[in-house]
Structure formats: C-alpha cells, structure tokens
Design a protein around this ligand. Structure first.
Ligand SMILES: C[C@H](CCC[C@H](C)C(=O)SCCNC(=O)CCNC(=O)[C@H](O)C(C)(C)COP(=O)(O)OP(=O)(O)OC[C@H]1O[C@@H](n2cnc3c(N)ncnc32)[C@H](O)[C@@H]1OP(=O)(O)O)[C@H]1CC[C@H]2[C@@H]3[C@H](O)C[C@@H]4C[C@H](O)CC[C@]4(C)[C@H]3C[C@H](O)[C@]12C
Length: 382
C-alpha cells in the first residue's frame, strides 16, 4: 500500500483526528493511537487498522514515553486546541529537536494562532467562521450545516491527511519534517474556493437557497416521488435538461426558458407534480443510464446494493458485519486495504507497541506498576 512503513503516532481525539488517522491506516500506515487510561474508546468509530496504547500524558513519564515513540515515528497527529501539547512538554520544538524528520500534524478548529486558537468548538462553529455555512440551507430557512462533513472531515481530517502526505513527499527531498497547522476553519473555507472564484459570474447573486447550485434551480434539486422517496436532479447543461423534460413527459414549449430565474418557482411546481406521479423505482427505469442527470436518493440501507456501487465494490463489510465505504481514491498499483478487524480496545496493544519501540520488559513492568500505562485486561484474558 502507498503508505506502507509510515509510522504514525495519533493522540486520541474526536472525529476529525481519528478520521485523518484512519485514512493513513487504510493506505498502509502503521497508526498507534495514544489513548487516555480509562477512556471509553473511539466514539467516532474511525479506528480500523490502528493499535491502541493507553498512557497518562499528564504524568511526566507518560509524556516521556510518547517523546520516545516520536523519536522513531514519521508522523505525530494531535487533535487538541493550541497550547495543550506545549503544556505536556510535547510541543513541536521538543519533539523535532529529538527527531528532525518528524512531521508534526496539528489538527485544530481555529488553528495555532489568532484570538480563537485556545477556544473550544465543533464543526458547525468552524463552518460558520469559514463563511461557508452562510451559503447552506433552503430559501427562507436558517443556515443549515451538512451534518459535520465539511469542517470535521472534508476541511479537517482529510485536509490534514493531504498535508501529511505532502510533507512526507517533501521530506524525500529535504530529509526534514515540518509542522502542519491544519485549521478546520481554513480547510472548510479552502474547500469553498469555487464559490469565491465564481463570485462575478452571477452564480451567487440570489439570497441563500435561490441560486443555481444551492437548491434554487428546479433542475438542480430533489423531488419527492409517489412512494415518498426522492430523486436527485442535476440537469445543468441544455442538452441534459432537454432529456430531463422529455423523461418527465413534459413539453419544452409549455415551459419557460431553462435559465429564466424569475420563473423557476413555476417550473419547480410542474416538475414536482410530474415526479409525484411515479415511484422511485419507476423513475429509475425511466432515467437509469440516460444523460438526464437524474439519480435515486439512496438510503444507507440501499446504497451498498445499488448495481453500480455493487459492481465497483464501493462499500465493504467488516468482520462484525458492519458496512462502510471503501477507502477512496482507488489507486491502481497500491490500493488501500482497509482492515476488516474490529476497532482496538483501549490499551489493547500497549505492551506490543512499547516492545516494538525498544522498551524492555523491566521498563514496561515499571510503567504498569506506576500506573503510567494500562493494558487491556479483556485482551489479556482472550
Ligand atoms: C464523536 C461525536 C461527534 C463529534 C463531532 C463534532 C461535531 C466535532 O466537531 S469534533 C471536533 C471538535 N474540535 C476539534 O477537534 C478541534 C481541536 N480540539 C479542540 O478544540 C478540543 O480538543 C475540544 C474542544 C474538542 C475538546 O476540548 P477539551 O477541553 O476536552 O480538550 P483539549 O482542550 O483539546 O485538551 C485535551 C486535554 O486532555 C488531556 N489529554 C489528552 N490525552 C491525554 C492522555 N492520554 N492522558 C492524559 N491527559 C490527556 C490534555 O492534556 C488536555 O488536558 P488540559 O485540558 O488539562 O490541557 C460526539 C458528538 C456527541 C458526543 C456525545 C455527547 O456529547 C453525549 C455524551 C457526552 C459524554 O461526556 C461522552 C459520551 C457522549 C455520548 C458523547 C460521545 C461523542 O463525543 C459524541 C457522540
């Protein structure tokens, strides 16, 4: 796999950090998650392919243990607000002095500087501060976040993973690691570059929810079908729009011109009435494999069984029969091989990891007796 042999120390955090670590693990990196003793586990369930070491970082010997891991690691991934790592004597200056090749990835909400750097927050706060949230939501309603996908994952975990891979590549030339300041505000904003760069094209002149791509256009939105399901319509270009109108059984002559914004509400009503006449399955038979840009809105129960997704194997089933998306993108030569094992238990691999990183049994026993580390009793009894 593309990241085979890359050693990552991931300090346990909430969703964005674990997702970043999982992406690296899916593509072959050896990811050790450093858990807090007594923690419940990765509640975001994004730990496939990782191992868990439980150590109390608040104890000086706990921090010293992580310093020793980082001396032999390629990447450190920390998910805390600014200043936490410095307090633990685990800041970049300390760790990169011992290991100048270390790539020190800092995944935070507001970044490592600025008045909000030490303030708590979640996806919706970062999305709001990025400006993107102001553009999301139906006309006449409050701005509405698209779950926690854009800041936590798109602009956070994934952007951080990209930074790590770029730093790994750069290190092949310079031999040096560097610090990655991955702010979710800036990551989400960066994802929205298209909105910024097209401001003067007239795409965004209308209020939220009345523009071409934010649900305002009747040919770029969703419609309810006779059985209470939904179809997604994305017929932007005239040649595809013509096929949409034909598939709906409507006559272009009886409709206003496609781009007549003022008459979009009237067009939407006609399209809605048409979609309400057939079930989702019936509309699939009308539009499947045509260029009308009409697709079923698939539920999580349906998506893995859809013929196209099935043909590509786009979803995987793990050892516990849990279904989840296959890693993307698909690399032809070194594809990701996601682990199908269950997520690690807290401290399940404490001893194994410490031995691998050169700790003697005597040192390990001492760390146990001083309660600096914990293993997993369940594992021991397995
Ligand atoms: C998982 C579900 C979905 C969450 C996604 C959500 C929408 C997000 O946006 S997550 C993104 C959050 N932001 C960031 O990640 C940006 C950077 N991080 C931060 O800003 C902060 O970390 C923080 C704000 C997220 C948390 O702040 P906090 O003060 O807790 O922590 P920090 O300041 O970072 O400092 C860390 C401190 O911890 C110490 N530490 C760390 N490791 C160790 C260690 N190994 N040993 C010892 N000490 C350690 C470190 O030293 C720091 O100490 P100091 O502070 O003293 O310096 C979740 C959505 C809903 C959740 C559920 C819900 O809340 C109900 C339950 C609540 C219950 O409490 C837990 C279970 C819940 C079911 C809960 C479960 C999940 O969280 C959810 C499902």
């Amino acid at each position: 796999m593309a990241l085979r042999g890359v050693k990552v120390v991931e300090l346990a955090g909430l969703a964005p950090g674990p997702f970043c670590g999982m992406v690296l693990a899916d593509f072959g990196a050896q990811v050790v998650r450093v858990d807090r003793p007594g923690a419940v586990g990765d509640v975001s369930r994004l730990s496939r392919g990782k191992r868990s070491l439980a150590v109390d970082l608040k104890r000086p010997r706990g921090a010293a243990l992580v310093r020793r891991l980082c001396a032999r690691a390629d990447v450190l991934l920390e998910p805390f607000r600014h200043g936490v790592m410095e307090k633990l004597q685990l800041g970049p200056e300390t760790l990169q002095k011992e290991n100048p090749r270390l790539i020190y990835a800092r995944l935070s909400g507001f970044g490592q500087s600025g008045r909000l750097a030490t303030v708590a927050g979640h996806d919706i706060n970062y999305l709001a501060l990025s400006g993107v949230l102001s553009r999301l939501g139906r006309s006449g309603e409050n701005p509405s976040p698209p779950l926690n996908l854009l800041a936590d994952f798109g602009g956070g975990g994934l952007m951080c993973a990209l930074g790590i891979v770029m730093a790994l590549f750069e290190r092949t030339r310079s031999g040096k690691g560097q610090v990655i300041d991955a702010s979710m505000v800036e990551g989400a904003a960066y994802l929205s570059s298209f909105l910024w760069k097209t401001q003067n094209l007239g795409l965004w002149d209308q209020p939220r929810g009345k523009n071409l791509l934010d649900g305002g256009a009747p040919f770029y939105t969703t419609y309810r079908t006779a059985d209470g399901e939904f179809m997604a319509v994305g017929a932007l270009e005239p040649q595809f729009y013509k096929l949409l109108v034909k598939g709906l059984g409507l006559e272009s002559e009886n409709l206003p011109p496609q781009m007549s914004v003022a008459e979009w509400p009237e067009m939407r009503k006609k399209f809605a009435a048409a979609f309400a006449r057939k079930t989702k399955a019936e509309w699939c038979r009308v539009f499947d494999r045509t260029d009308a840009c009409v697709t079923p809105v698939l539920t999580f129960e349906e998506v893995a069984h859809h013929p196209h997704n099935k043909e590509r194997g786009s979803f995987v089933t793990d050892g516990e029969q849990g279904v989840s998306p296959r890693p993307a993108p698909l690399l032809s030569g070194t594809p990701a091989l996601p682990s199908l094992e269950r997520d690690p238990l807290i401290g399940e691999h404490t001893e194994e990891v410490l031995r691998e990183f050169g700790f003697s049994q005597e040192e390990i026993d001492q760390l146990y007796s001083d309660k600096v580390i914990v293993g997993n009793k369940l594992r021991a009894s397995l």
